[in-house]
Structure formats: C-alpha cells, structure tokens
Design a protein around this ligand. Sequence first.
Ligand SMILES: Nc1ncnc2c1ncn2[C@@H]1O[C@H](COP(=O)(O)OP(=O)(O)OP(=O)(O)O)[C@@H](O)[C@H]1O
Ligand SMILES: [Mg+2]
Length: 467
Amino acid sequence: MRFPFRNRAVEPAPAPAPAPAPAPHEDGEALLEAVGLTKTYAGAAGELPVLSGIDLTVRAGEIVAVLGRSGSGKSTLLRCLAGLIPPSSGTVRYRGTPLTGANPGTALVFQTFALLPWLTVRQNVELGLEARGVPPRERARAAGQAIDLIGLTGFASAYPKELSGGMRQRVGFARALVVEPDVLMMDEPFSALDVLTAENLRGELLELWESGQFPTRAVVLVTHTIEEAVLMADRVVVLGTRPNGTIRETVEVALERPRDRDSAAFDELVDRVYRIMTGRPKDTRPHGRTAPGPGPGPGPERRTVAGTPLPTAGVDGLSGLAETIAHRGGGCDLAGLADELGLDIDDLLPQVDALDLLGFAEVHGDDLLLTGTGTAYTGADAQESRALFAAAALEVPLIKLIANSLGDRPGATVRTGFLRDLLGRHYTVEQTDRQLETATDWGRYAGLFAFDADRQEYRPHTPGPGR
Ligand SMILES: Nc1ncnc2c1ncn2[C@@H]1O[C@H](COP(=O)(O)OP(=O)(O)OP(=O)(O)O)[C@@H](O)[C@H]1O
Ligand SMILES: [Mg+2]
C-alpha cells in the first residue's frame, strides 16, 4: 500500500525525481547527511561539546540504529538531523540541500507518546496532515490507512486514555507515518513499553518494513539496547562519550531478515557491539591495581576531575554487581549477564564503570573480571568492605578533592557551587549533577564526608566505626 501524500509538503531542492514506488531496500539514495556536525550546550565556563564532528549519511532502504549510553548525545543528534535544533557547526543536508529549519523529509516518534488527550486516535493521527494543509477528506482517508496499517483499526474513535501503552505508541507511529516521511526517526520508541509489548511492536514494524509496505524510505532508530539495534538495523552507529559525542564505530549488520536472535551470528554481533560499548580508552581509571593482563600506567589525565567522570551508579548497585560476579567465580561475560538478569545496557554499564573506576573489576573484551581488591571487597564484613571502599574512593579525583579540601578541620565546609563551577568547565549541568550525586553517595557510604542537602555543602564526617 502506498500513502497518497508522500512528500507532499516536502519540496526538496532540485533532486532527482524518486521512482514512483521505490522498494525500500533498493535505491540507496543519500537522504540525510550530517557533515562535521558539532553541537555544544552551555556549561558553567562556556560551551561544552555534546556532539563533536559527526559525519553520517542515511540512505534510502536502510535502517540505521544510533546506539549509545545515556547522555552520549543520541537525542541531540536526532534533533539536529530532524532540523529541530540547529548544529553549532557543520551541516545537515536533506537530499543535498542544507537545512534551514525543520527537516521536511522526517517525522519523529518519541519515547513518551506525546498524544493530545482531548483528541481521538484519528484526530491525533490527522494532526500532522492538518499542519501540512491537507484537506479534511484526504486527511481522513490517509489517517484511516495509517491506522489500519499500524494495527489500530477499531480504535480510531478512542481517546488516548482508553488505550494501553502499546496502542498509544501505535498512534505515535501512525501519526509519523501518515505524512510519509522519507526518513522515519524514532527516539527510543519501545523503551517505555513492557517487554512483551515492545517485542511485539518491533516485530510488526519489521514485518511491514520487510514487506515493502512501510511508507517511508529509511529509518533512524535511537536506542540504548544492543539487541534491539542488531535485530532491527542494517547499520549500528555507536556513539562514544569519551571524547564526548563522537562516532566510536559503525557496525554493518549483514544478517538476513527476519533475524534469528538465537543464531550464533546474532550473538557474535551483539558481543562485538558490547565490546565497542564497553571499550574505553585505557586512561580513564585512576590507577591500574591488581588487574590481570597488561595494566596501563597512570596517564596524564587519569588523576584529574576532567579525565575521570563518575558514573551514575550508587553503592548498592555496584556492590550488587560485584557480588554477582563473585558468585560466578570472579568473572562473567557482560552480554550473558545482562541477558540473564534481564538488564538493559544502561542499567549495567554505569555499575561496570563504577567497579572499574574503583579498581574492583576490569573489562577484558566483553568479560568483566573482579580484581584482587574487588574479590576482597565482596568477601569482607561490612566494616572491612567500607574501609576498602573508602581507600578506593579516595583515589577518585572528585572524591579526593572533596575529602582533601575538608581535611580534618571540624568546621570545614565545601560548597557544591564550587564543585559545580569546576566540573562545569568540562561537563554539562546534567552531567555535573549526576556526578555530584554519585560522589555524595560514595563519600557518605565510605564515611569520608557528610553532606547537608539544605545548605548544599559537604562537611567532615563525624568519626565513627567506619573511619
Ligand atoms: N537543552 C540542553 N541544554 C543543556 N544540556 C543539554 C540539553 N540537552 C541535552 N543536554 C546534555 O547533552 C548531553 C546529551 O544529551 P542527549 O539527551 O542528547 O543524550 P542521550 O544520548 O539522548 O541520553 P539518554 O539516553 O539519557 O536519552 C547530556 O549530558 C545532556 O545533559
Ligand atoms: Mg535521549
């Protein structure tokens, strides 16, 4: 089925006339191009890069997944490609023409469905067409087709509150597809849904795509789930956070569709992407302790606040992960562990980073191995493990800075404003907040300092059994 309004409001500059109904997998025309795309947001001491020099081309016939950890700039990249925010430098082109505003060839599906509660399903779907000036009868016809295509027949006159999450997201899809965008852009469209609903929707979308009925020529899917990326995409673009917002690697997924999640080839690709996601420049740990394998020497950045960002991982979570590895004999492979525990990569990797930063575990390939200190930490009683944690945490620059600034002087304080200014030279406000939250959690647990949330200041810990 083709929709009647393909590119109706899209009058791209002189572009070769597309074939009347191109099979989605065939033509390979460059639809979207980002060249040297850089985006910065304001930090305490000027502009901070969130995307740095991204080069990316999206071609007709492909599904491109953009994969990255929380804060790596995925949504920012998608918004730049959709022309919703301007790049700080570099260019985004749609069919060869640089964007000057919203990209006429894209439509977005969001994680939260963003439906208007006072409109019916049909009216919500028609919204995009209304904005493009499509007359009412044609709107109704196109919306009807989109509603049928996406499995909402029978729900057309329902209101969003009557629908389950999965059905609401179908409305999100129908609303984007009804305008027949050249490129459908999805920002974590399945992550607000329960596992089974998400799986079902993914399957249906892939079936439509493979059958050639999908009224769009390419898809960009933002996700933080490796399996989802490997299941759906022809190409997985992995964004890295160190340095900020760069393409760490692009992985071609040449597996035949429909893909078999249980096949060895699928597993192999998932493992490979895992390795790319967990791989880190060797200078990010403050010290290479008892690691097996080639321990890197301290690099120039290692002991600085800028070079050692604190992950978003509380003591309970990282300790739980350490215990889990200990129960598995001191080592396990990350993909298998995530699968077994039903965890998303976003749930797991911050804890992995935390253990690595503290010198309690190391990542080798896609295996996570406890170090000697890590093994001691998991085996010790509460007081000992707190002491081990304190020693390890004191090697983390931000925590060391707070603890050293306080010293042993009873009335000393360190205000978060001071730390915010310092961190703000290297990190965005949100990244700064998250790091301070972690530092506070770790430092309090370790008995290194106390924190007064009302006054937003750190104080020396009143000496107790843990110190
Ligand atoms: N409008 C903004 N102003 C300032 N900083 C921002 C803004 N939007 C995003 N950021 C920061 O830019 C970084 C990248 O954000 P972005 O939302 O693109 O990441 P993401 O990869 O989509 O993360 P998530 O997986 O959590 O959705 C984050 O550190 C965030 O704090
Ligand atoms: Mg995002």
